[in-house]
Design a protein around this ligand. Structure first.
Ligand code: ADE
Length: 258
């Protein structure tokens, strides 16, 4: 039976992609992409006055690239990571910019027992939440919010990237309950935004793909926050290279050719 994604494929599948939105939560992750594609900050933000969300834009060959960074939290001054900000900016960016495709790029924790190594870049096949526990029939499934990413078999083959499932929650660390849910989600990587972006993209019927680079090994012996901060700069270079390759691959293609 045709699911929501096949509908998306049929409706917009054959025209060349011209407008993309890249959602990136952290400045350290976003800046190399801004630099690489010479994106400039939009002085006339399409977003409500006063929000910290920033749009950088530019052209690469036939593509209009919009990079959306949720910016610094006005109260604490740190990057607005997590599901709330990423859902809000994805919604606002789709409304304002009508993209043909969303790319959520960022760093993630990885499980070595499921094949992840620091510096690996994954294309995500499925997203789900691991910290929305509602133990009532059907609400439980709503909480997990499992969604397929837009399938990109040609991209995966061409760029030789690993493919895995992603589990999303609003914490960098992991409780035992989170761990059981992540295992139930069959996830290889864990982040703080992906499933929220997938939720909004699914609601508004925009194909979404996820590029996640591994900064820390969750089932290793190093404290997560320490390992994450230690590897953040070097792994964003790997992420930046992968995003560049993905954009290069996308140029001139329709979503059904991805
Ligand atoms: N981003 C990078 N590492 C992460 C982790 N271990 N959990 C959630 N998000 C992350």
């Amino acid at each position: 039976m045709a699911g929501p994604q096949s509908v998306t494929r049929e409706v917009s599948g054959n025209k060349a992609i011209s407008n993309i939105v890249i959602v990136i939560a952290m400045q350290t992750e976003a800046q190399p992409v801004v630099n690489k594609f010479h994106l400039i900050q939009d002085p006339h933000s399409p977003f409500p006055q006063g929000v910290p969300w920033l749009r950088y834009h530019g052209k690469y060959k036939d593509l209009n690239i919009n990079l959306i960074w949720p910016g610094k939290d006005p109260n604490s001054g740190v990057d607005s990571v997590g599901t709330i900000s990423s859902a809000l900016v994805t919604y606002a960016a789709i409304q304002a910019l009508k993209p043909d495709l969303i790319i959520n790029a960022g760093t993630a924790g990885g499980f070595k027992d499921r094949g992840a190594t620091v510096g690996d870049v994954f294309i995500i096949s499925d997203c789900a939440f691991h910290d929305r526990r509602i133990p009532i029939p059907v609400f439980d499934l709503y909480g997990v919010g499992s969604r397929k990413a837009f399938e990109t078999p040609n991209l995966v083959k061409e760029l030789n990237l690993k493919v895995g499932k992603l589990s999303t929650g609003d914490s960098l660390d992991m409780t035992q309950q989170d761990e059981s849910s992540i295992t139930a989600n069959d996830a290889t990587v864990k982040d703080m935004e992906g499933a929220a972006v997938a939720y909004v993209a699914d609601l508004l019927k925009v194909p979404a793909i996820f590029v996640k680079a591994v900064t820390d090994i969750i089932d290793g012996d190093k404290p997560t926050a320490e390992e994450f901060l230690q590897n953040l700069a070097s792994v964003t270079t790997a992420l930046d290279v992968a995003v560049e390759q993905v954009i290069h691959f996308i140029n001139g293609k329709s979503v059904s050719q991805l």
